[in-house]
Design a binder for this molecule. Structure first.
Ligand code: TXE
Length: 486
């Protein structure tokens, strides 16, 4: 087994206790293909006990979390942010080993996780209802109340960041949580849960049930005792969990990935655009919901830009996460085989690889590497332009004018992000309004991941918003109180 910097408890966290399970899952290092830990494999029974524990902590004798004042909850979140920052090196090393992502990215992810707790800790006592002017003799107000028990099913691509995004917002607003991390990467989540317990979080406020999607995940989504469900993952699984939750009329937030375009016009700062385009697809080996996986290039600058882009792709290197190269491995052998099959089918359809990166010297033989690739000559409407590949693969299309650029940008069932690179102010606004997606970035891509910025999708990318104050509101439900005082 590859040695870990620290070994978090790998059991389930239920009601403040670490509970062993009957069966286990071997956690693997994507960089080496070797086992690194054995994590709990929860079944429906453990999920049931965890939901009960969260219910008791919400409104029972154990923690009465919802009755902690907003200020006290906020203070706890702020202290926890400091704890995460103090454990930064351990958490980043765990995230790097478990996901294979380059160390710099793992470090940024842990900083972002702490920042979520800081942002929502500060926001806890600043979220409030409103008063509404109404008929003579009435006083009307809205109250923002927590849902209760929030189920959170999260993926493997950004475990620590998504833990921060979901857990901090839910706890700040007085909810309790049962979280199902992904079977492919959950060590940082387990370490964060351990630190939260050590930081004095009342038992049952945060419960973690590691396990397989079809077992623990399905049991959690279908549990009649949950009050809210937040899911990040594939559209197919998103449909399953939303259907399961609908049986009990549980509100659902779905964040389901994308096929996001980057539109580059000839009048743009092309150097900045190229930098943003390459980073937008290579980050986390393309395993990012908001990856900019389609490049739309204005014809008049296409040749020059493609020449430069090909050079940048050829210079990219893949290596183990710890080596901190441009690109790490994919998460597992299944995702690698899935991507390679799609690339093979694309080549058979006449798609051409215009340029590709290489494995760095010494990259471990057992790692699940796929080198970054730039694809050209893609037939219009081809699968590589419509399906999320979830790898470091950028497909290029050329457009003649703004109208065609907009048509191509909107030509997928997804709608998560878009990047627009142009100096023309009118065009910036027209495209910001015309593009069908949850986020549009002008002359940047991703705004550095800004935790303050609401984030979510349209169409197959899902619905509901997380991050920012909108994310905090989404973990509360509104109650209207009308008082007739005469
Ligand atoms: O996703 P799943 P997978 C996309 C990306 C990727 C594809 C497949 O395109 O190639 O999904 O990845 C849990 N009931 N994204 O198979 O299955 C599972 O245990 C309840 C985009 O890993 O959606 C994990 O915790 N839960 C994405 C989570 O769902 C179930 C991030 C995500 O797994 C379940 C990841 C079930 N029946 C993949 N089946 C993004 N939006 O960033 C699985 N799960």
């Amino acid at each position: 087994m590859t040695a870990l910097p620290v070994t978090p408890p790998c059991d389930a966290l239920i009601g403040g206790e670490w509970v062993p399970t009957q069966a286990w899952i071997e956690a693997e290092s994507p960089s080496r293909g070797e086992a690194i830990a054995r994590i709990a494999r929860c079944q429906a029974e453990e999920v049931m006990v965890a939901v009960d524990a969260a219910r008791r902590a919400f409104a029972g004798s154990v923690g009465d979390w919802a009755r902690w004042t907003a200020r006290r909850r906020g203070d706890w979140l702020l202290e926890f942010a400091a704890t995460i920052e103090a454990d930064h090196a351990n958490l980043a090393a765990l995230e790097c080993a478990d996901t294979g992502k380059p160390m710099r990215q793992a470090e940024a992810d842990i900083r972002a996780c702490a920042r979520y707790f800081r942002f929502y800790g500060g926001g806890a006592d600043k979220l409030h209802g409103e008063t509404i002017p109404f008929d003579e003799g009435f006083a009307v107000m809205t109250l923002r109340e927590p849902y209760g028990v929030c189920a959170q099913i999260i993926p493997w691509n950004y475990p620590a960041q998504i833990f921060g995004r979901c857990v901090a917002a839910a706890l700040a607003t007085g909810n309790t949580v049962v979280l199902k991390p992904a079977e492919d990467a959950c060590l940082s989540v387990l370490r964060l849960a351990q630190l939260a317990q050590e930081n004095g979080l009342p038992p049952g406020v945060l419960n973690v049930v590691p396990g397989l999607g079809r077992e623990a995940g399905a049991a959690l989504a279908a549990h009649p005792g949950i009050d809210h469900l937040s899911f990040t993952g594939s559209p197919e699984t998103g449909t399953h969990v939303a259907q399961a939750a609908a049986v009990h009329h549980v509100p659902v937030t779905l964040e389901l990935g994308g096929k996001s375009p980057q539109l580059v016009f000839a009048d743009a700062d092309l150097d900045a655009a190229l930098e943003g385009v390459v980073r937008g697809i290579v980050q986390n080996a393309g395993q990012t919901c908001s990856a900019g996986s389609r490049l739309l290039l204005e014809a008049s600058c296409a040749e020059a830009v493609l020449g430069e882009l090909a050079e940048r792709f050829a210079a990219l290197r893949c290596a183990a996460g710890e080596a901190d190269a441009d690109c790490g491995p994919l998460i597992n052998a299944r995702q690698k085989a899935r991507l390679e099959a799609r690339l093979e089918a694309a080549l058979a359809d006449g798609v051409r690889v215009l340029a590709c990166g290489r494995l760095a010297e010494g990259a471990p033989a057992g790692g699940h590497f796929v080198v970054p690739q730039l694809l050209g000559d893609v037939p219009s409407g081809h699968a590589v332009l419509r399906e999320e590949l979830f790898g470091p693969v950028l497909a290029v299309q050329v457009f003649r004018d703004e109208a065609e650029a907009l048509r191509l940008a909107n030509a997928t069932p997804f709608g998560l992000c878009a990047g627009v690179w142009t100096r023309d102010g009118g065009r910036q606004l027209r495209l910001a309004k015309g593009i069908r997606s949850g986020q549009v970035f002008i002359n940047n891509y991703g705004a550095g991941g800004g935790i303050e910025l609401p984030f979510g999708g349209v169409g197959r990318s899902g619905h509901g918003r997380e991050k920012g104050f909108e994310g905090l509101r989404s973990y509360t439900r509104l109650k209207t109180v009308a008082i007739r005082h005469g």
